[in-house]
Unconditional design. Sequence first.
Length: 183
Amino acid sequence: MSVRILALVGSLRAGSHNRQLAEAAAKHAPAGVDIEIFEGLADVPFYNEDIDVEGSVPAAAAALRAAAAQTDAFLLFSPEYNGTMPAVLKNAIDWLSRPFGAGAISAKPVAVVGTAFGQYGGVWAQDDARKVAGIAGGAVLEDVKLSIPGSVTRFAELHPADDAEVVTGLSEVLSALSEKAAA
């Protein structure tokens, strides 16, 4: 049986280092672990209870929920914008948290990783993402972390998939996440 992990990338930028980090995770996933990088977060409207009505949920939000319902765990990739997580990632978590207590993220393992230009690699944003995912009902792996600083220079000419230290860190995260999901 394989473990299915849904990757949500909090950066929409072409050439995003967090997107590249997600690609590295998918490329180096251990045997028995399948990672799907969700496409389409840019199309998910801001969460609004008025449009979250059965039969009227926007197509992009419904696609996100459907992908999440088919997964065993979540791997969130968060850059740091102004000291916190990007709105697109927060919005995805908001959609996945509803209906409250029974949303697609409820009780599923969640790990948060990321890279940012600053010297701490986006730890504030990643801590915020862990907090929000936990409040939303996810089973957050609080001790499973990977924050890679200096993304602009570190990955200027080297894709994260080709960085041995990054691959080792991702492997540890994926092992912990898949073990929790299989339990």
